[in-house]
Every structure is written in C-alpha cells, then in structure tokens.
Design a binder for this molecule. Structure first.
Ligand code: S3P
Length: 174
C-alpha cells in the first residue's frame, strides 16, 4: 500500500482524545491541508455547533456532518481530516472514511478525556455533569472506533509522540 494511495488521513476518536492538536502537527509534517470537521460545519452553516444542536437537534447536526464528510472525502485534495467524536456512529460515514482515507483512531483513558473536556462548554453532548456524560457515552461507544485501520492509545503520549506513532504504523501498513 503506497502512502499516495491514502491521500487522506482521517482522525477519529472520542471527544478530548486530541484529534485537533494531532491533526495540526500531522499537517505540518506532511505538508497537507488540514480540515477540522466541526470547524468546517460551523463555517458552512455560519453557526456554532451548539446552536445547530439547539435548533435542529443531534439528528439535524448528523445530517450536516454526513454532507460535510462526503464533500471533503470525495474531493481529490490530500488532507488530514479531524472528525467529531460522533461522526463514526453512522455506517454510511464509516464506509466513506474507509473508502477514501487511512482511518486512525485516537484513544485515551476516561480520566484524561474528562480532564481535557471538563472546562469546555462548546460540546452540547457534555452539558450537565461532564464526567458522568463522558462515562455514559464511552460505554455507548465502546466499540465505535474499532473499525479504524490504525489505533493509538494517546494516554501517556505527547502530541508529537502520537504523530510519530501514526507515521510509524502507517509505514508498516504499506
Ligand atoms: C460530538 C463531538 C464533537 C462535535 C459534537 C458531537 C460527539 O466533536 O462533533 O459536539 O458526538 O462526540 P469533538 O470530538 O471534536 O469534540
């Protein structure tokens, strides 16, 4: 498998697993374009994610998310795409990712996820008791990220080390 064959790297993972940070470092290394799925949705809709959830519910958000994924993943340009944590819930989205890119799952311990997300109010699914919501959603999604080509536990790694691990595993895939 040539690197060129995978012209897109798709980062998946639960909220707070470091997808955005890692995608920034990866694009610097690869010289590829970076697309943050949530930022792209906010740009296209001209609304914040939390306002989309408030107006259209999670179901409405998921429709927009699938449209965005389809647009980004079916164009020709190489990119690193950081997806939202729930983008993997639809089989259609999973197929899109697998068919158009190398799918990399970032994992982290519940404690680390909670530490990373608890001060951020931008995630509508974590409103209320963030720690409890993280545990509930992690349980619901415990196998949701298993379909990835590559999986990295980021708990004890710096963002730089995660990037090195991705690039090393990617070479092994070739
Ligand atoms: C979601 C994760 C968020 C965002 C939305 C829903 C989810 O993205 O897409 O709030 O369902 O896990 P991040 O994983 O970037 O926080």
């Amino acid at each position: 498998m040539e690197r060129q064959q995978h012209k897109k790297l798709v980062l998946i993972g639960f909220m707070g697993t470091g997808k955005s940070t890692v995608s920034k470092l990866l694009t610097e290394k690869l010289g590829w374009k970076r697309v943050d799925g949530d930022e792209e949705i906010e740009r296209l809709e001209n609304k914040r994610i939390s306002d989309i959830f408030a107006a259209d519910g999670e179901a409405g958000f998921r429709v927009i998310e699938t449209q965005m994924l389809e647009t980004i993943l079916t164009n020709e340009e190489s990119c690193v795409l950081a997806t939202g944590g729930g983008a993997v819930l639809s089989a259609y989205n999973r197929d899109l990712m697998l068919n158009h890119g190398l799918v990399v799952a970032l994992k982290a311990s519940p404690e680390q996820i909670i530490a990373r997300v608890k001060t951020d109010s931008a995630r509508p699914l974590l409103h209320g008791d963030a720690a409890e919501r993280v545990h509930q959603l992690l349980e619901q999604r415990k196998h949701a990220y298993d379909f990835a080509h590559i999986s990295i536990d980021t708990t004890d790694l710096s963002a730089e080390e995660v990037v090195e691990a991705i690039l090393a595993q990617w070479s092994l895939e070739q």
